[in-house]
Design a protein around this ligand. Structure first.
Ligand SMILES: Cc1ncc(COP(=O)(O)O)c(C=O)c1O
Length: 393
């Protein structure tokens, strides 16, 4: 049986997979079982920000795997402490909790907001989230995800969650009350179609959270780790949350999540209140530390912005060539969406046939989240493949 046949027979069918199985990756390129090369402009959905098998990250993982992988959080873990320090030194953070995924980080952040309200003796436990958001698939994270298709048939969801319009402070104000204990928002909605928040909106949320003493949570699972041209997307906005959740690119492919906190949020979760067996183990945090060391460099982030602008420019040329297909280009850094006038799953499928990996989000938005190390020549190559696809449809 080959990989595809084994997957079909033995793996639970929770994904509609393309009939491709990769065996090797390097930088922005993936290679399938037949040796065919693919240009990866999705990076495992914003995970491999340093490209596939980045030599320094791979070396760090191998070295750590030979020394020590896991002990449990009953003991001190040097790379965990060092990664927490590095994240705090490069962000608003004061204290970090480590876990294994984005959903788990959001789960913990929601628990933190509720526990804060409990300790403060607040009048309620309401969380305000936003329409079209995506925060993960665990119960609390899917309960604050503002897209019905993700929670249909799994109800009842977590109670006391309300959804406001994204980028609309009036809608937010009509829901907020002294019962609100937390607000969770993506600075750029990812699965919702690559929609950046406005500065006014995030600053407004900060003000509201302060007024009612609620915990403001920025979900930076997709936007974090240099994706938008800053180490963390909130740094574009001149607003600091109380809590920021991270995952995806933090380990460049090694599973890791984090809850970054400050001030009133920093000491809410105490011994016995929250935990994670694997969270922050040697292997994952050694990888995370190497990733942050590289991505946090100023010159690296400047290049992300430069290449992001280049990709936008090239996509705008395509938009002008194919105005009947592409309506708008939006995003930040190397998190870019091409909004289409048609559904884009066919475009994505045809691009894959021609050796380009991109993806379709929100039905009609082509998502580009290439490795941040992508070269301009690779961007040109990807654009040329897309141009050929658009000529055919
Ligand atoms: C903004 C955001 N939050 C949370 C998640 C969930 O992360 P994970 O799949 O690691 O649980 C995702 C995944 O796409 C995401 O984009």
């Amino acid at each position: 049986m080959n990989t595809i046949e084994m997957t079909e027979k033995y793996v639970m069918k929770t994904y509609n997979r393309y009939p491709i199985s990769f065996v090797k990756g390097q930088g922005c390129y993936l290679y399938d079982e037949n040796g065919r090369e693919y240009l990866d402009m999705l990076a495992g959905i914003a995970v491999c920000n340093l490209g596939h098998c980045h030599p320094e990250v791979s070396e760090t993982i191998c070295k750590q795997a030979r020394e020590l992988i896991h002990t449990s959080n009953l003991f001190h873990i040097k790379p965990q402490a060092e990664l927490a320090k590095l994240i705090c030194e490069n962000s608003f953070g004061e204290k970090v909790f480590f876990c294994n995924s984005g959903a788990e980080a959001n789960e913990g952040a929601i628990k933190l907001a509720r526990r804060y309200a409990f300790e403060k003796g607040k009048k309620g436990y309401e969380i305000i989230a936003f329409k079209n958001s995506f925060h993960g698939r665990t119960f609390a994270s899917v309960s604050v995800t503002g897209q019905e298709k993700y929670n249909e048939g799994f109800g009842p969801m977590l109670s006391d969650v309300k959804f406001a319009e994204f980028n609309n402070l009036d809608s937010m104000k009509s829901l907020v009350s002294e019962k609100t204990c937390g607000i969770i928002v993506e600075p750029v909605q990812g699965e919702g179609g690559i929609v950046p928040a406005t500065k006014e909106f995030l600053q407004g949320l900060r003000k509201i959270a302060d007024e009612i003493d609620a915990i403001l949570i920025f979900d930076e699972v997709q936007t974090g780790i240099g994706r938008t041209g800053k180490l963390f997307a909130y740094q574009h906005y001149n607003v600091e949350p109380d809590v920021m959740t991270l995952a995806k690119a933090l380990g460049n492919g090694v599973p890791i999540g984090a809850i970054v906190t400050k001030g009133k949020a920093a000491n809410v979760l105490k011994p016995g209140l929250h935990a994670s067996t694997f969270g922050g183990n040697f292997l994952a945090t050694a990888a995370g530390k190497k990733v942050i060391e590289i991505v946090s460099q100023k010159a690296f982030l400047e290049e992300v912005n430069d290449k992001g602008n280049y990709l936008r420019e090239k996509l705008t040329v395509l938009q002008n060539e194919f105005p009947e297909v592409i309506e708008n280009i939006r995003g930040k850094g190397l998190m870019i969406g091409a909004v289409c006038k048609v559904t884009c799953s066919d475009i994505v499928k045809k691009a894959l046939e021609k050796g380009l990996i991109i993806n379709c989000t929100a039905g009609n938005v082509i998502r580009f989240a290439p490795p941040l190390i992508i070269e301009k020549t690779d961007i040109e190559k990807g654009i040329e493949i897309l141009r050929n696809v658009l000529k055919e449809i």
